[in-house]
Ligand binder design. Structure first.
Ligand SMILES: Nc1ncnc2c1ncn2[C@@H]1O[C@H](COP(=O)(O)OP(=O)(O)OP(=O)(O)O)[C@@H](O)[C@H]1O
Length: 239
């Protein structure tokens, strides 16, 4: 089976026009692939380029050069660098989910509805989405009195649980997830890890940024380390 994701010689440079054309080489000649059902941990110091790589795959950032081949259900092999905006929108709706570190809250939408929205987008019915979102929030230990409240006032850990639930509930083919367990207690961390492992068992491929060694040990089949925008090591948890 071909890799689900094949990043080839990817380079991303930021040209800072406001800073007299200062250039930041965020990623240089990055190549790696992700197999179907594989979980890869993306590690490296702050500023090494991890988020830039995820945002490049999700096409939030445009490439400076290189290619990112993705095996799509809908389109077959497609280069995410050159795909049309229309194709990217369809892939984001149906196949690829990006879960950032922070929840971008929508005013006056309840926690349960924010999570259920992940399912609506994939065409689920209202009742099914309603039940599933409450089940996820329950498993993630979000107090029931918060389910109908607006997440803008929630704590960092509560917002993170909503963010993770919204990403996972849609069962994407490719999940890009940034620090899913960073501000969670041990019990909730294990719940999130188990949810991601359950996704993997269904065939989801996962690229996961994490600084948390426990999370990486439990989750990652392999780790890719970035340093100053270059891949400097690829390791497995047991090596
Ligand atoms: N939109 C942007 N415009 C300009 N520079 C950027 C932009 N996004 C990232 N960078 C720069 O690219 C480099 C890589 O940043 P990136 O956010 O990818 O690092 P990271 O490894 O994810 O860090 P952290 O672990 O702190 O989140 C940094 O020097 C950063 O300042």
């Amino acid at each position: 089976m071909p890799p689900i994701l094949d990043v080839r010689h990817y380079t991303k440079r930021f040209d800072m026009h406001v800073l007299n054309g200062k250039r930041i080489n965020a990623l240089t000649n990055v190549s790696f692939s992700l197999e179907p059902g594989e979980i890869v941990g993306l590690v490296g110091k702050s500023g090494s380029g991890k988020s830039t790589l995820m945002k490049s795959i999700y096409r939030t950032y445009l490439a400076t050069s290189g290619a990112i081949y993705y095996q799509s259900l809908r389109y077959g092999p497609i280069d995410l660098v050159r795909a049309t905006d229309h194709q990217i929108i369809a892939l984001r709706r149906d196949e690829i989910t990006y879960c950032s570190q922070f929840l971008s809250v929508i005013p006056r939408v309840s926690a349960a509805d924010v999570v259920a929205e992940g399912l609506f987008r994939r065409g689920a019915g209202r009742t099914e989405a309603w039940h599933q979102s409450r089940d996820y929030l329950d498993r993630l230990g979000l107090p029931q009195e918060l389910w109908d409240a607006y997440p803008s006032t929630f704590s960092g850990g509560e917002q993170q649980r909503i963010n993770v639930a919204r990403a996972i509930i849609a069962r994407p083919r490719l999940l890009l997830i940034d620090e899913p367990t960073a501000s969670l207690d041990q019990r909730t961390k294990d719940v999130v890890i188990d949810m991601i492992i359950a996704l993997k068992a269904e065939g989801t491929s996962v690229l996961c940024i994490s600084h948390d060694l426990y999370t990486l040990d439990r989750l990652a089949d392999r780790r890719i380390e970035l340093k100053d925008g270059h891949i400097v090591a690829t390791t497995s948890p047991v090596s």
